[in-house]
Design a binder for this molecule. Structure first.
Ligand code: FAD
Length: 478
């Protein structure tokens, strides 16, 4: 009996319930379908950095399985067609939670069932399904702390092992990986990424073990320091499902048992996985989250439009070193440290008063961990328009954020090398440095490094003035 296992955001063999159950049932036909966003109504298509990651992750999965059928096109057509072609009697998959994926999967399930095919879907991408947690009054959570308290009351399932024996069914013809065209061509902006990242299940587990062994100690405090290695960098692995949150939960528990004094850091780390769970909970219950203000009062915000400012932000040429360092780290590596994500997002939304959706779109294209739930929830969080969001009037000061979290300027020196020789006293505010201090190290503002595109205090005042419209909107709605 052949079971088609449809891989999506679960590109791994271990703790993969769809694969595990299919292998128990008989022969397995593993398939991945690359959907063309233009034909499938996808409003948030896979960005360039994610495509790079996906290519390598599929390569790794194909190697580990011993074969993987690749198909292109609308999965609503491709999956039933594959059933017909192969005579498979069942289709299994692990659940996705993006609104379009839910709609698509529901349609496919109904179609296949009508054809007499056994269809099963499984929980694999979250600790708890979004519908398994609800407030005391029975609705979805909108605030993180009670959400996470409720989540912690529930038992996390143990991760499954890899299937003991995997018998692959004969493979019909498909696309080759290179046919999918996921890698950048000219220019190849990802040329150095093989040295930074190891996409795939093996790389994911190695990353987790390395983090737990070396950098979990101190995570609670040091996770805010972009100049230090104390974060896991597991986000792209998690997004593509090369590792499951259950595995992370389990392995972190083991690390905690082995080494004394890790409890607080481990709890903090798992609570960040909790933020991921919360974002998925929000996306599931409020599917307009990626494109609509969660708090409608923010519809009244008078956003500016400025292509020049947006480009300066995207290219890391705002004249604010910590912002520019973050944007360049993103462009050069496909990743940005969480603290710096908050700073650059605040800068775009508040200093430049550009709509958070511009930022969401840029991050979606450039992050290797671009994730519809985390990205939209986080952008709305910074904008103040989201659920349990940072208040709008809390506007990050890029100079003091830099001084606090990158006190020696190590992070800025790495990503903004034209400022590398600048005295630490001015590394986060070169525009305040005396002319002689700049001249000594060859920095010419407006030439070798940009002058600030906005003045901090004036920008702050303008942002707060814009917020008045939101407050008025909120009062009128109340
Ligand atoms: P760690 O600190 O090691 O955390 C472990 C895991 O917990 C992460 O891999 C991630 O899955 C989860 N996590 C941590 N912080 C958050 C958070 N604030 N919200 C949700 N989950 C979290 N994360 C993404 O995975 N994809 C995105 O597209 C994304 N966009 C973001 C946009 C903005 C504006 C901001 C402020 C944050 C965004 N984040 C996003 C959340 C967070 O910045 C990253 O998850 C984190 O930096 C990834 O690095 P890490 O794996 O080393 O994190």
């Amino acid at each position: 009996m052949t079971t088609i296992v449809w891989f999506r955001e679960d590109l791994r063999l271990s703790d993969n319930p769809a694969l595990f159950e299919a292998a128990e049932r008989g022969d397995v036909l593993p398939v991945f379908v690359l959907e063309n966003p233009d034909h499938c109504g996808e409003t948030h298509p896979l960005g360039g950095a994610s495509q790079w990651w996906l290519h390598h992750s599929l390569e790794s999965l194909e190697g580990a399985l011993g074969g993987l059928l690749l198909r292109c096109g609308d999965a609503r057509i491709a999956i039933p067609a594959l059933v017909q072609e192969t005579g498979a009697s069942a289709v299994y998959w692990n659940r996705c939670y993006e609104p379009r994926a839910i709609e698509r999967d529901t349609d496919i399930k109904a179609d296949l069932k009508q054809r007499g095919v056994e269809v099963r879907s499984f929980k694999a991408g979250l600790l708890h399904e979004p519908w398994e947690l609800e407030t005391k009054s029975g609705g979805p959570f909108k605030v993180y702390s009670p959400f996470w308290r409720a989540a912690q009351q529930k038992t996390v399932d143990k991760p499954l092992p890899r299937p003991g024996e995997l018998r692959l069914a004969p493979m019909p013809g498909g696309e080759s990986l290179s046919d999918l065209g996921l890698l950048p061509k000219k220019p190849n902006w990802a040329a150095g990424w093989d040295d930074i990242w190891q996409p795939g299940e093996q790389g994911a587990m190695a990353r987790l073990k390395s983090f737990l062994g070396n950098d979990l100690k101190g995570y609670g405090e040091l996770r805010n320091r972009p100049d230090l290695p104390n974060v896991s960098r597991l986000s792209p692995h998690l997004h593509f499902g090369e590792i499951s949150p259950r595995q992370i939960h389990h392995e972190t528990g083991l690390a905690e048992e082995e080494v004394d004094g890790l409890e607080k850091d481990a709890a903090k780390f798992i609570s960040e996985i909790g933020w991921r769970e919360f974002s998925y909970h929000l996306l599931y219950h409020f599917p307009t989250l990626p494109h609509t203000n969660f708090k409608p009062a923010f519809d009244a915000y008078p956003w500016r439009e400025s292509a020049d400012d947006l480009i300066a932000w995207q290219k890391g040429r705002t004249g604010y070193p910590i912002v520019d360092a973050g944007m360049r780290e993103l462009w050069q590596t496909g990743y940005m440290h969480n603290r710096v994500r908050m700073i650059v997002a605040s800068f775009l939304i508040k200093h430049l008063r550009l709509d958070w959706r511009h930022g969401e779109a840029w991050f979606r294209d450039t992050l290797v961990d671009a994730d519809l739930a985390n990205n939209s929830a986080s952008w709305q969080w910074v904008a103040g328009s989201g659920a349990d969001a940072a208040p709008y009037f809390r506007i990050f000061n890029p100079m003091s954020q830099g001084a606090k979290f990158d006190s020696e300027g190590t992070y800025v020196r790495k990503w903004v090398p034209e400022l590398a020789a600048l005295d630490t006293a001015f590394i986060h505010a070169p525009f305040d440095a005396p002319h002689a201090a700049l001249e000594k190290v060859g920095v010419r503002l407006g030439d070798t490094y940009p002058k600030p595109i906005v003045e901090h205090f004036a920008a702050r005042d303008a942002a707060l003035a814009g917020y008045e419209a939101v407050k008025r909107g909120g009062e009128e709605a109340a």
